[in-house]
Design a protein around this ligand. Structure first.
Ligand code: AMP
Length: 281
């Protein structure tokens, strides 16, 4: 496994690998790796000759009052996990390597970034699409692996790839969960023991929503209302949003038709968790 820090070196390495006919798969992350990241790496390993993992806590996607400074950084443990998963290259750039002095260029996907996390985290998706756009030009992968856990992000990045003709295929991998259903996240470690227990209500309420759709309920207000009251009843979580959106466009739905996603963001203390479930009417 090679650890590469500079844009120039990784581009040289990838160009050579591609000239030798190798396929390149790419898993971008912010590190503090867990089994969710691991599932992306495993699929990437199965499907490609070269596996590239990036670790970069991207300052551009955090708001001024968000957790950039305290976001977990676990480089030694991440390297160990990557080695175990047979990663070929870990790309660990510095912020200066990615955004040198005088940096002026940003990528913005419109409309579908306005609602949900976009509404509560202004500038977040612009930060995500800018860094992923840069990473795609740096790593030049054939396949990009994203997690369904961050459903809006996956939809926005897929849209950027399509709209800007990045020559890469996006593959979205299922959410990996803890035994009680809580979606794995690097942010779960911020939770106190009590909050951690309470947070399992998120997936319980999403599963109930899916059952409710299967039983014939179609109205978003009814489905959202049930989730809202369950979270209030069973936890101290403070809701940012709960919504039903179209699976591709992420536009809000009043009635569920076809494939939709029920999404939510809820605070437990000072930790904001997101989760979602796909439903089919
Ligand atoms: P992050 O390091 O949190 O930015 O995540 C890096 C990638 O891993 C993103 O594509 C995430 O959607 C994905 N990911 C994070 N948590 C999970 C999970 N629990 N299950 C599946 N994928 C995940």
């Amino acid at each position: 496994m090679r650890v590469i820090k500079s844009v120039k070196s990784i581009q040289q390495f990838i160009k050579k690998a591609k000239a030798a006919g190798k396929t390149v798969g790419f898993v971008p992350t912010m590190g503090a790796l867990h089994d969710g990241h691991r599932s992306l790496l495993r699929r990437c390993r199965r499907e490609n000759d070269i596996v590239v993992l990036s670790l970069f806590v991207n300052p551009g996607q955090f708001g001024p009052k968000e957790d950039f400074a305290k976001y977990p950084r676990r480089e030694p443990a991440d390297k160990k996990l990557a080695k175990k998963e047979n990663v070929d290259i870990i790309f660990i750039p510095t912020a200066k390597e990615m955004y040198p002095a005088g940096y002026l260029t940003y990528v913005e996907v419109e409309r579908m970034t306005q609602g949900l996390c976009g509404r509560f985290r202004p500038g977040h998706f612009r930060g995500v699409t800018t860094v992923v756009g840069k990473l795609l030009n740096i790593v030049m992968p054939d396949v990009l692996y994203l997690g369904q856990k961050d459903a809006q992000q996956a939809a926005v990045v897929t849209r950027m790839v399509r709209d800007l003709n990045f020559p890469v295929r996006c593959k979205i991998c299922p959410t990996v969960r803890e035994a009680d259903g809580l979606a794995m996240s690097s942010r779960n470690q911020y939770l106190s023991a009590g909050q951690r227990k309470e947070a399992a209500v998120l997936y319980r309420s999403l599963k109930e929503a899916r059952q409710s759709v299967a039983a014939g309920n179609r109205l978003a207000t009814v489905i959202v209302g049930k989730i809202r009251s369950r979270i209030a009843r069973e936890s101290s979580g403070r809701i940012d949003y709960i919504g039903c959106v179209d699976a591709d466009t992420f536009m809000p739905l009043k009635r569920i038709q076809g494939k939709a996603i029920v999404v939510l963001a809820v605070w437990f203390g000072r930790t904001r968790l997101i989760d979602n479930i796909t439903v089919q009417a």
